[in-house]
Write a protein that binds this ligand. Sequence first.
Ligand SMILES: Nc1ncnc2c1ncn2[C@@H]1O[C@H](COP(=O)(O)OP(=O)(O)O)[C@@H](O)[C@H]1O
Ligand SMILES: [Mg+2]
Length: 336
Amino acid sequence: MAAVSDIGIDLGTSNVVIYARNRGIVLDEPAVVALERDSRVIRAIGMEAYRMIGRTPSGIVAMRPLREGAVADFELTSSMLHHFVVQVIGKRMFSRPRAVLSLPSGINENEKRNISAVMFEAGVRRTQLLDRPVAAAIGADMNINEVYGSMVVDIGAGMTDIAVLSTGRVVVSDAVKLGGDHFDDAIIRYLRRKYNLLVGERTAEELKIAIGGAMPRREQMYLDVTGRNLISGLPKLMRITSDEIFEAIDDPLTALIEAIHAVLEHTPAELAADVFDAGIMLTGGGAQLTGLADAITTALKVDCHVADNPQTCVATGCGRTLENLADYGRYLNDRR
Ligand SMILES: Nc1ncnc2c1ncn2[C@@H]1O[C@H](COP(=O)(O)OP(=O)(O)O)[C@@H](O)[C@H]1O
Ligand SMILES: [Mg+2]
């Protein structure tokens, strides 16, 4: 029988990523479930369900059960997690793998316990939890075991985790309900206010990724999008510029930088000095916003870097702890 692969899982507010020991990333899917509104029968999970967002036939809803960083619907969260885990490890009768899991910060103790039970039902022998910032830092190749302050900011869709670590422990941290979703929402609000144009979430995200930025683009870019004109009620095609998106996301961007600033302010002086020396590491999908590291560097006068493959850092960090229990095992938490 093939060796059982232990797994690291990032259960994010918009994506679930799984890292298999000695294999790397084996799953990266939207944390979306599509279900029948009345019967609540699940119709699709992951990518297939994501494609249904905003364009589901009547009677079917596609939703993100962890959207706000907390469990909006525990049953759906469980079904989704179960589905992805079984997809990766297969149906196992005898050799059960172990797992390290990183959850959104908004989850409560009771839910944590229940999630471990869900993992067991999916075939995992033992599930341990890893704090999201610690996982992100390990996945971003930061040297966290040293007596040295390092700062990591994991920017997800619904939440951002900001933490200063030393000797692998979180010294100061904050988890704010602010992430990629809030940038998308700001774009939707802006276009409605300015043009009476109503665009969907996916269009807003597309604008953010394609032409958005935390600094003005050196060369103006544009994207043609279709929305609904709120006056006529009819579809309308409009050309949106990068300057407009830059203006649109000013509020969430300022709030994000403020939140990082606040954590730095509460960091003990010695550790803060280390952070000023080594810089801030950005992880999470939201870290990929064009110019974000530059904007933070400019605002806070601290060097800021985006990790390689920021969106998979947390899952990689979870998986690496299982590959190297000698160095990282002590950061794992058990829930029974
Ligand atoms: N190139 C990009 N530019 C800006 N934002 C991005 C980019 N790629 C992904 N994102 C955003 O990253 C967020 C998802 O990040 P992720 O870490 O997967 O979230 P979570 O951990 O909450 O599941 C989404 O809001 C998405 O719009
Ligand atoms: Mg993430």
